[in-house]
Design a protein around this ligand. Sequence first.
Ligand SMILES: [Zn+2]
Ligand SMILES: [Zn+2]
Ligand SMILES: [Zn+2]
Length: 383
Amino acid sequence: MIMVGKTSNADLKSIIEQFLPSLIHKRGLTGHQLKVLSALSACRTSKLGGSALACGDCGSVHYVLHSCRNRHCPRCQGIDKELWIEDRKQELLPVKYYHVVFTVPHDLLELFRFNRKVMYNLLFEKSWETISVFAQDPKLLGAKPGAIAVLHTWDQQLGFHPHVHMIVPAGGIDKQGKWKSTKQDGNFLFDVKQLSNVFSARFVSKLRRLKREGKIKKHVPRDLIKEPWVVYAKQAFGSPESVIEYLGRYSHRVAISNHRILKGTSTHVTFSWLNRKAGYRKETITLTGVEFLERYLEHIVPPHFRRIRYLGFLSNRNKREAIEKIREQLLAAHVTRPGLSRSEVLALRFGKRSVLQCRECGGELLLLESFPKERAPPENRCA
Ligand SMILES: [Zn+2]
Ligand SMILES: [Zn+2]
Ligand SMILES: [Zn+2]
């Protein structure tokens, strides 16, 4: 029997604080890596300053520490995720959706490590191109598709495993501007074996071209096509809302969430993972603190890299008009609920835990004063 439960309050932030000096001693960090790790370790400490808030009802004063808002931070992503989900709900279509995942063979990992930006872009480009080619084939659909794509770079053990998750509505917009469902009224997308053949061929051919053009560092292995290129596609079941909740689970996920970090000692970190080969059994793995951070570093994306992309008729340029048209044709009731403000979303999703509510009486909090980094309120007064 494996014990899987949190036995200390170790989290990513405390692990960074504890092991960053040894990590720097062992290997150099790029300025960007150091910037991300520093931001995460400063999240909600006096280093980033804080704010004093007063309750409009009972007058009690509350202090909150500022968060880092870094997209790699497990503490900050929860809030962004909820805001993002609310926005996507405004864009739901009354159609079926598919979850498609594009992965690459192991032999390419070295190239990904040394050419992160180029290779991540290539992965996005070729997965989307594959969906487009199938969608625009008149025998399969004959319409322009749309998708939301998200890059993940990790596996359950924090290993390096770049892959793209895509949510694809089962259909597209044809030349006449009409919505057209994929086969069986959207109950079938495309054949995954054929998807993976087209994906691998196009990926490898562009990769070799980039190499010839001198845009790729390191050796490009031979016989890449023979390796397994796995494309997975599954219909996302449930209500339209649950499709969005489902997508939200992927869109703002970070390499490891704090609840999976079970224990930290002066030398080691233990975290839980799901063993897919054993029916998603929960197991634990222990690494030295430095090894843990080295694995974590692999998942810092290049600065300003767009990890979430809106494609085809769901691209930012097209989606407003496209969504309206499709809804009209499918006679779906328009979502009349007005967009919620940031604080309304937080109150809705986090309830009493929302920082905007008074802990004493539930009243609304008003900003009294913000403390810059140097003059932060003492940490022990803060939540
Ligand atoms: Zn109050
Ligand atoms: Zn943070
Ligand atoms: Zn993933």
